[in-house]
Design a protein around this ligand. Structure first.
Ligand SMILES: Cc1cc2nc3c(=O)[nH]c(=O)nc-3n(C[C@H](O)[C@H](O)[C@H](O)COP(=O)(O)OP(=O)(O)OC[C@H]3O[C@@H](n4cnc5c(N)ncnc54)[C@H](O)[C@@H]3O)c2cc1C
Length: 395
């Protein structure tokens, strides 16, 4: 049974979709690939990179032209992320957070005034966005254990709490932050806020050092009597759960696209290495066990591609109130579960084909291997994804 989506499921891309993937790939190969090694080695975020992506017209992919967007659709947003992830997974993580978790979320849920205030700057890459849901004590149980609270005082909300593992947190200009406005109502007492980095009471407690995607800054954020004007409430008070749950479904489809890009690149690297590395007087590609690994990688990549494109198409035009339950909730969880696991398998095989060289920190395949693990953890862990799927099957 289908509840949403378009019928334009293309497994072989054509027209606008093929063009946007090609355009984004060309840009990422030229502008982003050369940055990847240093970003990983030095945990470096190149300050002008989001502006460059904006100048290339690759932010606000699904946002209407009048707000500065490209006026395309969610499927195309996924294709841009796939292309960027092929060449620089760190930029991919920060870009996907900015483009999907912030820009797309604000476009779907913001008032015209909120959109006009932030979207044009974000789409030009002059402002960077983030989203804060996770807390030190609230990971998989993000809603039940959420301790960040917001109280109305006159024409402001006062936020108190902490957010952990926030992608772009240390570099963000504006963030969507979830907080409880009515603790006694549980999930029905959560609201979303647009918080600027300059609001009094906001600070970045620390930038975290990671095993992979090290160029994408991740941080812990603190809110101490942080004053947020009432006009920065996103959606209605106590209705943040709908924003969160539909946003998570879309995020899972987007994470799938990210993993596909990395997996494609890992396969490409493995084929190149297998053809060029000689042992026993022959390229290692001539050994059937190496061929077997390449074949397994191909099967994984093509399975991911079909699942990701199908799911992006199903998410296209997802209406307000949809998501967070039903078919789309199950499908997006299944997509990210399949993609996370498949990416681990692909990167493991790719590294194995590189032998000892693959174990070297500075090798690109090593960077991809280290980048891959987050996709079994973020946007709901593998276990949570399986709980969602089983829950829907049994409902
Ligand atoms: C690099 C990085 C970037 C991130 N970016 C963001 C971001 O931008 N914004 C944001 O809000 N969050 C972000 N996160 C947080 C991420 O979404 C969480 O890490 C994730 O949801 C898991 O929460 P946790 O780490 O607290 O793990 P826990 O919830 O503590 O889980 C630990 C283990 O217990 C298992 N587990 C927990 N509950 C159950 C259960 N009911 N049944 C079975 N197993 C269970 C989990 O699957 C996991 O294996 C990021 C995390 C990382 C590492």
């Amino acid at each position: 049974m289908r509840t949403t989506g378009d019928d334009n499921v293309e497994f072989e891309l054509s027209g606008d979709r093929a063009a946007i993937l090609e355009t984004a790939d060309r840009f990422a190969r030229k502008e982003l690939a050369p940055l990847f090694s240093r970003m990983d080695a030095e945990e470096w975020w190149p300050e002008d990179v989001m502006r460059k992506i904006g100048a290339a017209g690759l932010i606000g992919v699904a946002v209407e032209n009048s707000l500065g967007g490209a006026g395309l659709d969610f499927f195309c947003q996924g294709l841009v992320i796939q292309a960027i992830a092929r060449h620089n997974s760190s930029v991919g993580l920060s870009y996907a957070t900015h483009e999907n978790l912030f820009v797309n979320n604000l476009y779907r849920n913001g008032t015209p005034a909120q959109q006009e205030k932030y979207l044009p700057h974000c789409i030009r890459g002059e402002m960077i966005g983030a989203l804060g849901m996770t807390e030190p004590g609230a990971g998989s149980d993000a809603i039940g254990s959420m301790a960040t609270v917001a109280r109305r005082e006159g024409d402001h909300y006062i936020l108190d709490g902490r957010k952990l593992f926030i992608t772009n947190g240390p570099i963000a200009d504006v963030m969507i932050i979830y907080a409880k406005t009515a603790k006694e109502l549980g999930a029905k007492g959560v609201s979303a806020f647009l918080v600027e980095k300059g609001f009094p009471g906001f600070s970045v407690a620390q930038t975290l050092s990671k095993m992979g995607n090290r160029g994408s800054p991740t941080g812990e954020l603190v809110f101490e009597r942080c004053r947020v004007p009432v006009e920065n409430l996103l959606g209605q008070e106590n209705k943040g759960i709908a924003i969160m749950m539909s946003g998570l479904d879309l995020e899972r489809a987007i994470v799938g696209a990210h993993t596909l890009g990395i997996a494609e690149r890992a396969l490409e690297l493995a084929v190149e290495y297998a053809k060029s590395r000689v042992q026993f007087g022959k390229p290692i590609a001539s050994f059937q066990m190496v061929q077997g690994m390449l074949a397994d990688m191909y099967v994984a990549v093509e399975s991911m591609r079909r699942m990701v494109y199908y799911t992006l198409a199903r998410c296209n035009g997802m209406r307000e109130g949809e998501g967070g339950r039903g078919e789309i909730h199950k499908l997006t969880a299944a997509t990210v579960l399949l993609c996370g696991r498949s990416l681990m398998e692909v990167c493991d095989n790719a590294l194995q084909i590189h032998g000892g060289m693959g174990y070297m920190w500075e090798m690109e395949v090593n960077r991809l291997y280290r980048a891959a693990k987050i996709f079994e953890i973020g946007a709901g862990t593998n276990e949570i994804r399986r709980l969602i799927i089983a829950g829907e099957l049994l409902s």
